[in-house]
Design a protein around this ligand. Structure first.
Ligand SMILES: Cc1cc2nc3c(=O)[nH]c(=O)nc-3n(C[C@H](O)[C@H](O)[C@H](O)COP(=O)(O)OP(=O)(O)OC[C@H]3O[C@@H](n4cnc5c(N)ncnc54)[C@H](O)[C@@H]3O)c2cc1C
Length: 463
């Protein structure tokens, strides 16, 4: 059969999901060539919005028949170039699959469709006295599926949890060849729901955590839920040096103080964002969670001692306000200095000070070389700390945008060479995948076996 034309392909998609669920107008398609990063991809030929696993399955089968590349998308808020990388692709926009399917109360799990946002899910669970464990800082726009598929982290990261993957016990995935796979306990259709991830040999849930759309389309996830916390404590400390920041973060983690957020703002970044209050010290805002007020009081005393050793106590207010605005606060100040080319990386929890010093040095170099401002912050995350390096620029200025992209890639290379690990890969870090040797080779082999026609997100992660 000769390959169908673009208009024939669009007609076939309309037959699968209904014409109202296929977008092919040029201005609308342009949006799907972008995410929240400065990268742009190829404009897709269409966007398709399935409403069920069965429709996703038919789309994937159709893509194999017509050899059309597919790029899954949920909230579209990624910061690392989760965009179509080849011509002639179709974006599978999962926005319609955004339901809380059920709460399995006796399993302490809930089952959701991929495009439910963290904000929506939290509101629904709160009505039953439950909450999820981890959510990103943009929880009103970010979805559970997109966060798991790119192993996100954020609020909730601390000594017990580092990653959205830690919070997922199973998932349903339409594989690149169209079969539907359920992982975790529900691989056994007779199981009493989703309650354990590591059943039946290899951890196949883990195969899809961080797969960034390259190995299939996730259509359901089972997440751990917990009772609402009994008590929350807030405090902020200021520090004179980045070494002292690093020591405080390490000490608090080593003592297993139950932080659900320990956020570092570097002084030089605060000086740029809020010059009216400069000069700033470096700060760490701590949010601590405990099951009762009595336990919280003990943990807060331990925190004051551990974090206060070289720090100045700045009171509870800043941390409490951040918590209250937790899904808006990056948006409230993050874009004050223009568009952001962000680079989140993981560094060891015991080496935060030296890495921040390196970033400070790079920020100085970029300022001298390109005249651009570079900020940095970060948060503790079990045995690592996420450091977020941000190049600010004016996207309406072509020259400045070019320089910012150059600076972004330059910093990226230096951080990788210094041993930092990317938060996720996307298109941004694809050029570094070959440096991973056998690891990359195995991923490529797995991809080939699972996706012989290379239908799913070709080019992402260098696959
Ligand atoms: C201001 C701001 C703050 C942020 N803060 C955080 C933070 O604190 N923590 C954090 O982790 N991230 C953060 N991010 C990055 C990003 O927003 C989140 O990771 C978010 O969860 C991604 O979800 P999304 O729904 O937007 O995914 P998308 O951007 O739509 O997708 C992300 C990746 O997952 C794939 N994907 C999406 N859905 C599926 C699916 N159903 N099946 C298979 N693959 C799929 C996509 O192909 C893509 O590769 C932030 C971004 C911004 C702009």
């Amino acid at each position: 059969m000769s390959s169908p034309s673009t208009s024939e392909k669009i007609k076939m998609l309309k037959d699968i999901v209904g014409p109202e669920n296929v977008v092919d107008s040029k201005p609308a398609l342009l949006i799907y060539a972008r995410d929240a990063s400065p990268m742009s991809g190829k404009v897709p030929i269409a966007v398709v919005r399935p409403g069920s696993t069965e429709e996703v399955q038919r789309i994937v089968e159709w893509a194999n028949e017509t050899k059309t590349p597919l790029y899954p998308r949920s909230g579209g808020t990624s910061l690392w170039g989760a965009v179509p990388l080849v011509e002639g692709s179709v974006v599978v926009d999962l926005a319609k699959m955004n339901r809380l399917v059920r709460i399995e109360e006796r399993n302490l799990t809930c089952v959701v469709e991929p495009s439910i946002t963290f904000g929506e899910l939290e509101a629904l669970l709160a009505k039953r006295g439950f909450r999820i464990i981890m959510s990103p800082e943009n929880g009103m726009g970010a979805t559970v599926g997109g966060n798991f598929a790119s192993h996100g982290t954020g609020w909730g990261a601390g000594p017990n949890f580092s990653n959205q993957g830690d919070c997922v016990v199973g998932c349903k995935v339409v594989l690149p060849t169209g079969e539907v796979l359920t992982t975790g306990t529900m691989a056994n259709p007779n199981a009493h729901g989703h309650f354990y991830r590591y059943a039946f040999g290899n951890d196949l849930t883990g195969l899809f955590c961080g797969s960034e759309g390259t190995l299939g389309i996730i259509t359901e996830l089972a997440l751990k839920i917990e009772e609402m916390p009994g008590a929350l404590g807030f405090t902020t400390f200021g520090y004179d040096s980045l070494e002292a920041v690093g020591e405080a973060i390490y000490r608090v983690r080593r003592l297993r103080i139950p932080t659900i957020y320990a956020y570092i703002s570097t002084g030089w970044t605060l000086d740029m964002l809020f010059p009216e209050k400069a000069p700033w010290q470096h700060t760490i805002k701590f949010v601590v969670e405990a099951s009762t007020k009595e336990i919280l009081d003990i943990e807060m005393r331990r925190l004051m001692e551990a974090a206060g050793k070289e720090g100045n106590y700045l009171g509870p207010q800043m941390a409490e306000e951040t918590w209250r605005e937790r899904y808006r606060w990056v948006g409230l100040f993050g874009y004050k200095l223009g568009m952001r080319a962000a680079l989140p990386i993981h560094v060891p929890i015991g080496e935060v000070g030296p890495y921040l010093k390196k970033v400070e040095e790079m920020a100085r170099e970029i300022k001298d070389k390109y005249g651009l401002r570079v900020g940095a912050g970060g948060f503790a995350c079990d045995r690592s700390c996420v450091i977020i390096v941000v190049v600010y620029f004016d996207p309406s200025n072509k020259r400045e945008t070019e320089l910012a992209l150059r600076a972004w890639h330059e910093i990226k290379g230096k951080l990788f060479d210094a041993g930092a690990c990317p938060y996720r890969m996307g298109a941004l870090w694809a050029d570094h995948m070959p440096k991973l040797g056998a690891y990359y080779d195995l991923l490529k082999r797995l991809k080939k076996v699972l996706d012989p026609n290379n239908i799913m997100a070709p080019g992402i992660m260098g696959l």
